[in-house]
Design a protein around this ligand. Structure first.
Ligand code: FES
Length: 162
């Protein structure tokens, strides 16, 4: 069974016909040619496919595209304006990647984490910043890096968070 849907990705509206079993991740990658969201596990366990739905982080491999007709998503491609997003710049400055496969998902997730923290979600971070690294590790635990670049990812995010 097929359905005609609209997905807004990084501010651009796309009208497409999809099989009703198509995930948002497959719609983006295979139908729209938007390949920065990666398919790692395809089971909601690695975070490589992370998108922002509003300010909320979502695993696009777990979402049926038909259920998100009209939704607006942001990918790593859409984070930059005239200049790189501060998180993107911090990842470069801290060398926070090796192979880079997980990086778009890490960056998108980090932007979501910063939104969560700035929105006043309960946090163990003290006013002087103690506990920030642990908080970032906990909140980013859904994004796996098989190269093990966490030692650089955490300080990159912490720099933007401070
Ligand atoms: Fe979606 Fe791994 S590909 S969480």
């Amino acid at each position: 069974m097929e359905a005609e849907i609209t997905l807004v990705v990084d501010g651009i509206e796309h009208r497409l016909t999809v099989d009703t079993r198509t995930t948002v991740l497959d719609a983006l990658r295979e139908r729209l040619g938007i390949t920065s969201p990666k398919k790692g596990c395809d089971h909601g366990q690695c975070g490589a496919c992370t998108l922002l739905l509003g300010d909320r982080r979502v695993n696009s491999c777990l979402m049926l595209a038909v259920a998100f007709d009209g939704a607006e998503f942001r990918t790593a491609d859409g984070l930059a304006g005239a200049d790189l997003h501060p998180v993107q710049r911090a990842f470069i400055e801290h060398d926070a990647f090796q192979c880079g496969y997980c990086t778009p998902g890490q960056v998108v997730s980090a932007v979501g984490v910063l939104c969560e923290m700035h929105d006043g979600e309960p946090s163990a971070v003290t006013p002087d910043g103690a506990g920030l690294d642990d908080e970032i590790r906990e909140r980013m635990s859904g994004n796996l890096c098989r190269c093990g670049a966490y030692a650089n990812i955490v300080p990159a995010i912490a720099e933007v968070a401070q």
